[in-house]
Ligand binder design. Sequence first.
Ligand SMILES: [Zn+2]
Ligand SMILES: [Zn+2]
Length: 269
Amino acid sequence: MKVLFLGTAAAEGVPGLFCGCEVCRIARQRGGKNLRTRSSIFIDNTLKIDLPPDTLHHVLSYGLDLSRLQHLLITHTHEDHLALHELGYLVPGFAYREQPLTAYGSEDFARTLGEISEQMRQWLQVKVLQPFAPYEIDNYTVIPVLAYHRADERCYNYIVSDGSRTLLYMCDTGWYREATWRYLAGVRLDAVIAECTKAFLEAPYDTHLGLSDVLKLKERLLAMGTAHADTRWAVTHFSHNGRPLQEELEAFCHPHGIEVAYDGWEMAL
Ligand SMILES: [Zn+2]
Ligand SMILES: [Zn+2]
């Protein structure tokens, strides 16, 4: 399984679109891995998770052909994960495709899409997924697990397995609630890609994670037997407020056996 990180930032990107804070200035100066667009991953060029507002940039930067994309998993409807207006360009006149695109997500996601036109529905099929149920999508088994992220919306993190390797993509979530821990107790993960919005910042809000949470997460999943000695760990989805400079993040994470994702990184499992 190959996981391409198309984007690794939270809502406003790094540097932030309109931001001149110290971290954003350093990110601009250093460039390279410190420049982050809104989060999405692409698994084996087949299964895409989320449709952020930077998708056209991802197409241009990585030479993607999304006319062939048939499977789009949506975690939740925050704008950095679902740029709803971009789906309007799926219809003939804007796009020429041979296959419709199927978008998968929770009932709340489907309700959000409910406002789209009849014409577009021919090109965009919507499949509602239930939490903790396995779905066969292309050659993968996909299981949505409940994230802890919004009170007004059912948000998902995704377990994706190709029959040989199994990964968990945790964007966006705070510390999991009981139902998700219970489910994860019966799963064996080869990779965990954890969100790390707060990074070095100890902020009081509990609907995202920071580095200290990811360390606790790793400890807990290892103790549960869900993760094992060879499980790969990576962090992604950074806000500039958490000081997510690649070099500093790596200095902190590498001794803990955690990799730091950056835009364009391919993780081979
Ligand atoms: Zn987000
Ligand atoms: Zn969010």
